[in-house]
Design a protein around this ligand. Structure first.
Ligand code: 8OZ
Length: 367
């Protein structure tokens, strides 16, 4: 019988276990939005995860929304990430990069001179981001013109190509948490009257075009997608019919034969059941067409829940976020049912090695 600790084949990705390090924004990139020595060490320490999904990494300067997040579009960023992927692979791990465009969740001080955030609509989000000055309201966005959308798709394609040059095992497209692709999906935000707004088919169009483009670069067996059907994160108000919207998305994705779909169940980092949503129905809809596609779940899983969901066959992979921040050897700790270090929230975003690469592994914490 398989367990959380059994190997798993997700498309072309041969994983040593079913435990995934979730994507985690940490805001420690070097000038030029380049990963450096600290990131090499941080990801290397966590290479016993079955799969690492990197922190969200912007596909273009326009796609950045927070201070010091890394990019995956310049040769210098590719070289920096290459050192990360080499270190993880040398330690026996697998690592994919999360491709991110924040859309309207940004601030003019983080964007190229003279530009403003872009989105599906010109409606500003009521939320904050962090900039050089600390927390600031996000800037008012402008709606992307229809004739600009091929360029957005091309930016994802370019980033996917950069990811392969950097030695990643694949990519995860960030389609969650109120960022650009979700800003197109949800009718609570998207007020367009072109072929990218209105009907569910239209609102899903940009996401599906992005997935086709990325799959064309990377291969379906190395491509995944993260979705959050009911999260309120980043002022993403609920869609009027999330079941129909995400049902359509899954129906269109399943024939693409992606390596995995990654679902945030409930409110990101918050309650799992604040808004009712039948994730199991969505999973069955995906599996009917693509049974080999991995179903990855996330949000508030502890050891018992993760063991149970995999044993029941209700998920193939379980992603842990905060537990991986604080426990570089989380896989061993879960296997041995050892105590976990507690994460220190003050050091989540920005700073240096403290709260990043200094969490002890089991041997040293027991000493
Ligand atoms: C926390 C802080 C900044 C960004 C997400 C990429 O929620 C993020 C993020 C999380 O997906």
């Amino acid at each position: 019988m398989h367990t959380l600790f059994s190997p798993f084949q997700a498309g072309d990705l041969s994983l040593a276990n079913r435990i995934v390090m979730a994507p985690l924004t940490r805001n420690r990139a070097l000038p030029g939005r380049i990963p450096g020595d600290l990131q090499v060490e941080y990801y290397r320490q966590r290479a016993s995860a079955g799969l690492i999904v990197t922190e969200a990494s912007q596909i273009s300067p326009e796609g950045q929304g927070y201070l010091d997040t890394p990019g995956i579009y310049s040769p210098e960023q590719v070289a920096g990430w290459r050192r990360v992927t080499d270190a993880v692979h040398a330690a026996g791990g697998r690592i994919v990069i999360q491709l991110w465009h924040v859309g309207r969740i940004s601030h003019v001080s983080l964007l190229p001179e003279g530009t403003v955030p872009v989105s599906s609509s010109a409606k500003a989000a009521k939320t904050k981001t962090f900039t050089l000055k600390g927390f600031e309201d996000v800037s008012a966005p402008r709606a992307l013109r229809t004739d600009e959308l091929p360029r957005i798709v091309a930016d994802y394609r370019h980033a996917a190509r950069c990811a392969m040059q950097a030695g990643f095992d694949g990519v995860e497209v960030h389609g969650a948490n109120g960022y650009l692709l979700e800003q197109f999906l949800r009718d609570s935000i998207n007020d367009r009257s072109d072929t990218y707004g209105g009907s569910i088919e239209n609102r899903a169009r940009l996401l599906l075009e992005v997935m086709q483009a990325v799959v064309g670069e990377v291969g379906a067996g190395r491509t995944g997608l993260r979705l959050s059907p009911v999260t309120p994160a980043n002022d993403a108000a609920q869609d009027s019919d999330a079941a129909a919207l995400y049902g359509h998305v899954v129906d269109r994705l399943a024939p693409m034969k992606l390596a995995f779909l990654h679902l945030i169940e409930g409110a990101t980092g918050g309650p799992r059941d604040a808004v009712p949503f039948d994730f199991e129905a969505l999973r069955q809809r995906f599996k009917r067409v693509h049974p080999a596609g991995a179903w990855m779940v996330n949000n508030g899983y502890d050891r018992a829940m993760a063991l149970d969901v995999v044993a029941r066959g209700a998920a193939d992979l379980v992603a842990f976020g905060k537990a991986f921040i604080a426990n570089p050897d989380l896989v061993r700790r879960l296997r041995e049912d050892a105590p976990l270090n507690l994460p220190r929230r003050e050091t989540f975003y920005g700073g240096g090695a403290a709260g990043y690469t200094d969490y002890p592994a089991l041997e040293t914490s027991a000493a």
